[in-house]
Ligand binder design. Structure first.
Ligand code: NAD
Ligand code: TYD
Length: 400
């Protein structure tokens, strides 16, 4: 099946092959003589997912350069996150970051001044059940993208080459797990990934570093803590609890629920990424965190309170009553905490929201976007919930 993305004002057409086809590729039809030149100066990869779509929407709302957005549209990618964006500011391309011919062509045609790579398989629980997709996209896909970017960058000259940046978006999970009194992760903390997801992201970070050191590619890497906010797929803790709480379903707490995460609102993450892109020193890595360490029990209890206040249950029952202990995640990291003093000092980053403010806004966003959640909660999502949590753990787990 072929999908045609209407070219803007009819001057060109962009045709991409559907992901179901054996190989994703795209071809730009030549512009008609006299057609206006679009300058697409930023290429975002994985910009239909949670953080990527927030990044693209904010980038464009700030009046920054047009975006070429390449996304494979896995279960986690959602084209409607980007609906309504003007086609002269945002060109969406459906494709795989591992498709070197496609990425090479997009780079050559659009000549971005930066490539920002969000594209990844991202859910730890899915990586435990099926690690292969994580190696395919996060390791091999990143390698193929780096190769295409390196070839493109080598072809640039002068100021264009000097200004180019490749930004690899990564996670604090590459550093492994902290004990209760350990200092927070710094950029020099040793990599010690514990899940297939974290290991695959660590490999991508190492490749990015190697392309900087070996080939001189001007790379930047950011390692961020847990994000929350609009458009997050409801397999992750915060949106899963919001949707289950609204539906009166159980709230599954892994193990004792005392694992600690350092939470950051996605808008704060995106601001840190813009700062890194504009002022970060090539070859450097920057840790990004929120300074908001919370146990999972604290997070879910706060969500329950917010839901009770903003959308009281019809029967008046407090959402807290829905919390259920379920089997723990294998290899579950106990604590993440990020020292973000380097990005604060060098680039002037500071999170703008407290966790309570950010979670309140997030609950309000999900309440105001029920059709978005109805759309993403597809049959495939329901299958995942059934396989992962099982009917028993969802309906009859031990009360927390
Ligand atoms: P997500 O799962 O919501 O979105 C991933 C996006 O990548 C989707 O749109 C998907 O379609 C796309 N994608 C997947 N494979 C692709 C491929 N081969 N080619 C092109 N596109 C592909 O993820 P997210 O939560 O938005 O995370 C984005 C990035 O940020 C990831 O690299 C992740 O490791 C990192 N990160 C996430 C968090 C977090 O809390 N969510 C925290 C720190 C870092
Ligand atoms: P998650 O959102 O999957 O992010 P990550 O594993 O990348 O930190 O999970 C956040 C925390 O919440 C983590 O400690 C696992 C826990 N968790 C639950 O207790 N129950 C759940 O149903 C989910 C999805 C996560």
């Amino acid at each position: 099946m072929w999908t045609t993305i209407a070219g803007w004002t009819g001057f060109f057409r962009f045709v991409v092959r559907d992901a179901a086809a054996d190989r994703c590729w795209a071809a730009l039809f030549p512009r008609l003589p006299g057609a206006p030149e679009i300058v697409m100066t930023i290429m975002v990869v994985g910009g239909a997912g949670f953080i990527g779509s927030n990044f693209v929407l904010e980038w464009l709302s700030l009046g920054l350069e047009p975006v070429v957005n390449l996304d494979k549209l896995t279960y986690a990618g959602n084209r409607t996150n980007l609906s309504g964006l003007p086609p002269d500011r945002h060109l969406f391309v459906h494709g795989d970051k591992a498709d070197r011919a496609l990425t090479a062509e997009l780079l050559a045609q659009r000549r971005p001044r930066a490539v920002v790579d969000f594209a990844a398989e991202t859910h730890v629980d899915r990586s435990i059940r099926g690690p292969e997709a994580f190696l395919t996209t996060n390791v091999l896909g990143t390698f193929h993208l780096l190769e295409a970017v390196r070839a493109y960058w080598l072809g640039l000259a002068g100021a264009e080459r000097e200004a180019f940046r490749f930004l690899q978006i990564s996670t604090d999970e590459v550093y492994g797990s902290l004990g209760p009194d350990d200092p927070a992760f710094v950029e020099e903390s040793p990599y010690a990934p514990n899940s297939p997801y974290a290991a695959s992201k660590a490999a991508a970070d190492h490749l990015t570093r190697a392309y900087g050191r070996t080939y001189g590619l001007p790379t930047l890497t950011t390692n961020c803590s847990n994000n929350y906010g609009p458009f997050q797929f409801p397999e992750k803790l915060v949106p899963l609890m919001i949707l289950n709480g609204l539906a009166g379903r159980d709230l599954p707490i892994y193990g004792d629920g005392r694992q600690i995460r350092d939470w950051l609102h996605v808008a704060d993450h995106c601001r840190a990424l813009r700062l890194t892109l504009e002022r970060g020193r090539p070859g450097e890595t920057y840790n990004i965190g929120g300074g908001q360490e919370k146990t999972n029990l604290e997070t879910v209890e706060l969500l329950c309170r917010l839901l009770d206040e903003l959308a009281p249950a019809a029967d008046g029952r407090p959402r807290r009553d829905l919390m259920r202990r379920v089997a723990d995640r294998p290899g579950h990291d106990r604590r993440y905490a990020v020292d973000f003093s380097k990005i604060a000092r060098e680039l002037g980053f500071a999170p703008a929201r407290t966790f309570e403010q950010g979670l309140r806004e997030t609950v309000e966003w999900y309440l105001g976007h029920r059709s978005w959640t109805d759309d993403v909660v597809s049959g495939a999502y329901r299958d995942w919930v059934k396989v992962h949590y099982g009917a028993a753990s969802l309906e009859g787990g031990e009360k927390s």
